[in-house]
Design a protein around this ligand. Structure first.
Ligand code: GDP
Ligand code: MG
Length: 297
């Protein structure tokens, strides 16, 4: 099955919420104020976000009126282009050695994403290592080790309650000694206390900067698509603590709230790098804007 087909299948519920509703709307064939109002409501109710939905529909309305467009198929193409230009980011390729720091609130899928990415990068022929810097719960390191076994990738871990920065320090020494291309760091990312989180992540950053200055460091925030608009506020909150380089949007499978992709890109200037589409090791894809928009419209 091709990537496009796969994504289309996983995004079926979002397509019901956006594409199918718009299809009904386009079939009415009367392009009037009500048409645009209904389109706006459709986007808002599919978690595209009020600001972004209003902007897209205004842009479309203007273009349709200026060019006297009557054909619904042409309007749909225009809508596709307007959405695409908001979500299609250029992502700078990773420069090895790379350290990817996975942050985000509890339960969003950080550990799972680290495991999936380890497998994915290893399949690409890269030398991968993982660091269990979520030392808050012993179960977190154990969970990461399970992924390590599945992916055949080594996990560096300490005891529960250890200093996460010390785990990262050890992982870097080991990564350098083994000529590792990518070190994936799983964190606890508790947001209950912003000050703690900031000092914890700040310490990890300082260790990486001091011990592995040549590494390309990327911090990704993991957000869960099923929380819809809340994902946007989580990104905002983390953005105050970390310089976020990319977003991983998980649990896109089976949710009707996939429209949140457009809200995230429209309201934050950070690219979505990967999407999680299931609980299995292969259920992660590089985010592809065209496949996404074609799957939901
Ligand atoms: N359906 C689905 N479930 C996911 C995905 N990513 C993670 N999960 C599930 O979400 C739950 C929390 O994941 P975990 O990695 O432990 O989150 P963490 O607390 O951020 O480390 C687990 O049950 C995962 O199997 C995804 O892309 N799709
Ligand atoms: Mg975890």
């Amino acid at each position: 099955m091709g990537i496009f087909q796969l994504i289309a299948e996983k995004l079926a519920k979002t397509k019901q919420a956006i594409g199918n509703k718009l299809f009904e709307l386009f079939n009415k064939k009367v392009i009037n104020d009500e048409f645009f109002e209904e389109m706006e409501n459709c986007l808002i109710s599919a978690d595209v976000g009020v600001t972004t939905s209003v902007e897209i529909v205004e842009q479309l309305r203007e273009e349709v009126i200026n060019n006297r467009v009557k054909d619904p198929a042409v309007i749909k193409d225009m809508l596709r282009d307007f959405i695409l230009e908001r979500i299609d980011y250029e992502i700078s390729p990773l420069q090895y050695p790379t350290v990817i720091l996975m942050t985000g609130v509890n339960g969003t899928g950080k550990t799972t994403t680290v495991g999936k990415l380890a497998h994915k990068f290893k399949k690409q022929g890269l030398k991968v290592m993982m660091a269990a810097a979520d030392t808050f719960r012993a179960a977190a390191a154990e969970q990461l080790c399970v992924w390590g076994d599945r992916a055949g990738v080594r996990v560096i871990k300490h005891e529960e309650g250890a200093d996460p920065a010390a785990v990262v320090y050890d992982a870097i020494q080991s990564a350098k000694a083994h000529d590792i291309d990518i070190l994936l760091v799983d964190t606890a990312g508790r947001l209950q206390n912003k000050k703690n989180l900031m000092s914890e992540l700040g310490k990890i950053y300082r260790v990486i900067g001091r011990e592995w200055a040549e590494a390309d460091v990327r911090s990704y925030i993991v957000v869960d698509a099923t929380v819809g608009q809340n994902a946007v506020s989580q990104i905002e909150a983390f953005d105050e603590c970390v310089d976020i380089d990319g977003i991983v949007l998980t649990k896109l499978d089976g949710t009707a709230k996939g429209g949140v992709v457009i809200a995230i890109c429209g309201e934050r200037d950070v690219p979505i790098v990967h999407v999680g589409v299931g609980e299995g090791i292969d259920d992660i894809e590089d985010f592809d804007a065209e496949s996404f928009v074609d799957a939901i419209l």
